[in-house]
Design a protein around this ligand. Sequence first.
Ligand code: CTP
Length: 428
Amino acid sequence: MGTERLKVTVGVCGGIAAYKSVELVRLLQDAGYDPHVVMTAAAEEFVRPLTFAAISGHKVITSLWGEEAGTGSSEDDSSGESGGGAPSSIEHIQAAQSTKLLVVAPATANMLAKFAHGLADDFLSTMYLATTAPVIVAPAMNVNMWEHPAVQANVATLRARGVKVIEPGSGYLACGMVGGGRLAEPAAIVDAIVETLAESTKGAGSGGGDFTGETVLVTAGGTREAIDPVRFIGNRSSGRMGYAVAAAARRRGAKVVLISAPTGLPCPAGVEVEQVVTVEDMRAAVMARLNEMTVVVMAAAVSDYRVKDVAGQKMKREGAQAVSLELAGTVDILREVVGRRRDGTLVVGFAAETENAVANGRAKLERKGVDAVVVNDVSKDGVGFDSEQNAGSFLTKEGAVEFPVMSKTEMAERILDEVLKLREGAEH
Ligand code: CTP
């Protein structure tokens, strides 16, 4: 099922940069993955396993041997893949088989050498040999070590075997030297993970890869209409829901174009983002790309009005008079999309409602001729606009699916699950 999070194993080696892996695990959680952590003995000198266990929600594997295997937290999910005192001799095989990707960050010179030469004397190096999932390494070390021919030869060997290497960046190193060797930024490592999993067919059947072949356009954010050169009419949309849909579609293998009104959000990995400001900008950007699309999800909060005569200069206070702004209606982009889409392009609209949410949503479904409408009741506290969470219903001509309160990342997955059902229905 699409809502199942993909398991990503993060291997942490002993280096100063191990603290950055904590951020990496957190970002993977935010991006909708299920991170599990494997630490080398040396890594434990830098960060305690408990830190990773608390963030990932799974126990941390720290050793190949007996009782020590899986220390770090007693809390684990019920998958049993590494819990319940599984004999350590087979634990690495289970861990290696169940993971969708192995990323090693930081990867030390020692671990790169072990991988390159097939040594298997700890959990991580053994798991590397036992897994058929894609492997990414993000090296971090002193600049002279990084540039040493022995290390470079090992890296070349791994590359030749299909391991993706995220080159270390340049900058101040913990040893006081300046140069290459700094661990890549966690966000860049997440980008590489998203890309690798989106391309990997190994994720298929578990939520990964089921959008392969689809081209998805998403609109997000709140448009702005100018009043004068410094003021605008806007709305409280944060853009989070649309960004979550774009990120999830990419994770599941789609090519994704995100047309975004202003938000404070970072671009989702692997997604082509076009920034726009006004309704007219958004309309033009959407129409220019519509022909390529197989799915359109319009999550943007689009202004229904614009100021008729935008002031050329900043409006002055000029006493305390009341000022009236004359407003004109804007184009309904969604309606135009429905009118101009190619056969087979699925269109999903959003409806932000403050009263009679489902009835109003259903009316919108009919009026706009879309395949589905996601209805949000934005009058409730803590869900919808400008919030991390959302709740609502997915309305189609045939019926309604209720979405209880959940994170926007989770809701994005649920929306895409429903879109796939529509696609399957349309094919029969
Ligand atoms: N929408 C659009 N262009 C507009 C207004 C809205 O494309 N000018 C899209 C939104 O992106 C959303 C859907 O239409 O997917 C519904 O938006 P909403 O503001 O709830 O509906 P309106 O059509 O504006 O209806 P009303 O304001 O009467 O509720």
